[in-house]
Write a protein that binds this ligand. Sequence first.
Ligand code: NAP
Length: 454
Amino acid sequence: MLQVAVVGSGPSGVYAAQSLVQQDRVPGVRVDVLDRLPCPYGLVRYGVAPDHEKIKSLQNTLRAVLEHERVRFLGSVEIGPGALPPARLLGLYHAVVYCVGAAADRRLGVPGEDLPGSYSATEFVSWYSAHPDAMTDRGARVGFIKDVESAVVIGVGNVAVDVARMLVRGATELLPTDMPDAALGVLADSRVREVSVVGRRGPSQARFTTKELRELGALPDTEVVVDPAELALDPAYGDPSGLPAASRRNVEVLRGWADRPPQGLARRIRLRFFLRPASLTAGAQGQVGAVRFERTLPDGRGGVTGSGQYEDVPAQLVLRSVGYRGVPIEGLPFDADRGTVPHAAGRVLREGAASPGEYVAGWIKRGPTGVIGTNRPCSKETVTSLLDDAPALAARQVAADPLAGLRAAGLRPVEWPGWLAIERAEAELGHTLGRGVVKIPDWEGLRAAATRTP
Ligand code: NAP
């Protein structure tokens, strides 16, 4: 019987597990879904914004997979040097599918990027999502938005839209979420009045999806401001007929906002285009004070050229939301240019040849693109390759029980009852705070909760 390890319990990992147990080409496949954290669901738990409850409810679908009789969740299992190296993991299973996502941020590469008050959007997201690694981040220590009235978000993807929305959401809307109490307190006291979300290219090239964009226009006491003259720099804004449907819808939403008179509401989200970051400049206290942008112009080939004209946008907080990047796992090949593991239809390639028993799916396979559902066909393709290889893979002798092998390697996996204990502790924490479920934000708290008996 085939024993498979899936590394990572986010959507791509869980969809891979699901494809492996819900097929009848190779009956009886057993899957261990390993995660570095004691908690499952990856970016559904630690990336989807807390106010996106509908998307978060996808956890119920993922949960059903992890509770399948031939699937086992094993948390607190790290793969890599100093933990369990890939070669040793492969010794325990017939096959390993790496679904480890893209955990790092792209850099801007401009002067001042690391000034106090400038953070990657991921740092901010991890903080309000209670990721236990976020506790030690610079921003978490200072509460990100203390004394901030103006913020700049660099990038016009869905993460940029998420963080802009969270910056202006009030206490009433955040209270029902599972956001950790400290972050809730800080965001509820927000004095942020102006958030500029800035793209280096035109409105027709923005990466956000229309549903997410529209949501900005429905935030209480917040108006979305766009400059019609700036939008018109994009030839496709004037004539969107040649655009793909998704971009055309975005342009239509932006046009609706451009045509609207100012509403004089308490907070503003300014959507800016054709401005590329040149530098971050310091304010009086050495904190970030402004972002200097260079005006760009379309080059007619989808890119932009600099105009030599600059504009300073004042900001006491800068969130750099310019995309994620895969992180290499020592012992696995890595394409540093693409930030992915080289593969052919999900089979890991070592020096151009498929490495028996090693597979990838999700962002570490295709890069950080697409929505959650994009991972389903991506994982399916990988599992199809794995099942094609199954006769050869099954011929290799592996440990009778990989869990014993993991323990022998010095790991102390948190099993499903441990995760259920964390869930109970988070419900209790919420109850004592007079809220619904509230996430535990630190390693110590999660570890203690995982070992509590009902
Ligand atoms: P993204 O969609 O790749 O957007 C990155 C943005 O950063 C783009 O506007 C890009 O502009 C810009 N950028 C990149 N390098 C830059 C630079 N050096 N200077 C200025 N701007 C730069 O990334 P993301 O927002 O992090 O999202 C990642 C993935 O997660 C996406 O597939 C997204 O749809 C998904 N996601 C989905 C949801 C949802 O469905 N609700 C929520 C969050 C995330 P260019 O286009 O010019 O490169």
